[in-house]
Ligand binder design. Structure first.
Ligand SMILES: NC(=O)c1ccc[n+]([C@@H]2O[C@H](COP(=O)([O-])OP(=O)(O)OC[C@H]3O[C@@H](n4cnc5c(N)ncnc54)[C@H](OP(=O)(O)O)[C@@H]3O)[C@@H](O)[C@H]2O)c1
Length: 296
């Protein structure tokens, strides 16, 4: 069985799909609320607020009766601006609650923590960060992720570091992708950063790669799960316009570092990751942002 903690969000909904497509396993998926989410034959939903010890105990008590459970931990308070404004709350949810969860889940066969390229800091001159590079997060969100990673590693668990992820939402809320498409469909220009780069991936591609990793190999404790190309959001906007048959001229390049929104929180202008370890483990030649990876 897979247990996906924080499964009702953007990434969780794609991880459910990937587990169903790539394995015969059943899934216990958790959400904070009792919303009606996608119903699939092999998925059961439970409510769990990771900052509520009673709710975590009840969930882990149920999971401990399952043999060989594989946990994917996604629950996070992760809007960098909100995290900066509410540091105590962010630490409680992202670090303290996760620590308690980990400590009570020794029975799990595997546990993967979803981390981020934000742990690395800025990659100057196009440098691609490798898994064992020093960590230097630009903001408190990144620090929370570093702390949660350290907890995972010292408990013998696994960390997957993801870049900026983008796809149409298949859950209850719209993603950035959907807002871009809506805007272009209505003929409204959409400004996107041209001078900030990430090794971006679609949520579907990232979810499939994560499930492949979980199924194939857990000997490498930290793996960058990202695409080959360093892309700006402007590049991605142009790609979205093309794949949705919309006019690319409405995607307008703007500078990230000169924008008011960007400057609300300290951010690394570019966080580019090296994916050679991922490619070696999964025997891949090329990892595209939206298309399926090319195998060797
Ligand atoms: N999206 C990216 O580009 C990206 C990149 C790197 C890493 N990640 C990591 O991937 C994970 C999932 O991100 P996402 O993009 O899917 O974001 P998301 O849609 O906001 O999902 C976050 C999930 O965490 C849940 N959650 C928040 N507080 C919780 C709590 N106290 N107890 C239990 N669940 C809680 C949310 O539940 P509700 O729906 O009930 O609020 C939601 O299901 C996060 O850990 C994030 O840091 C994401």
């Amino acid at each position: 069985m897979y247990a996906i903690i924080g499964a009702s969000g953007f990434f969780g909904s794609y991880i459910i799909k990937a587990v169903l497509e790539k394995t015969d396993e059943t899934i216990l998926a958790t959400s904070r609320t009792k919303n009606e989410f996608q119903t699939y034959d092999r998925v059961i939903w439970r409510t769990c607020d990771v900052s509520d010890p009673w709710s975590v105990d009840s969930l882990l008590n149920e999971l401990s009766r399952e043999a060989g459970v594989k946990i994917v931990y996604l629950a996070a308070y992760h809007n960098p601006e909100l995290v900066e404004r509410n540091r105590t709350l962010a630490w409680d949810i992202n670090v303290t609650a996760f620590s308690a969860f980990l400590n009570k889940a020794p029975f799990a066969k595997k546990l993967y923590y979803a981390s981020t390229d934000s742990v690395y800091g800025n990659s100057a001159d196009g440098y691609r960060f490798k898994e064992n590079d020093a960590l230097n997060p630009a903001n408190f969100y990144g620090h929370c992720k570093c702390a949660a990673e350290a907890l995972s590693i010292h408990q013998g668990r696994n960390v997957a570091r993801f870049p900026f992820l983008i796809s149409p939402s298949i859950t209850y809320k719209k993603h950035f992708y959907d807002y871009i498409v809506d805007s272009l469909r209505h003929g409204i220009p959409y400004e996107m950063y041209v001078d900030s780069f990430r090794s971006s991936l679609g949520f579907d591609r990232a979810a499939e790669l994560l499930v492949d990793l979980i199924e194939i190999d857990d000997t490498h404790q930290i793996v960058n799960v990202c695409g080959d190309k360093a892309l700006s959001k402007y590049d991605i906007g142009l790609m979205i316009a093309k794949r949705e048959n919309l006019t690319p001229n409405l995607i307008r390049p703007v500078s990230a570092t000169e924008s008011d929104t960007w400057n609300k929180v300290a951010r690394a202008p570019s966080t580019i990751m090296d994916n050679s370890l991922l490619k070696e483990i999964l025997d891949l030649q090329y990892v595209d942002v939206f298309e399926r990876p090319i195998k060797n």
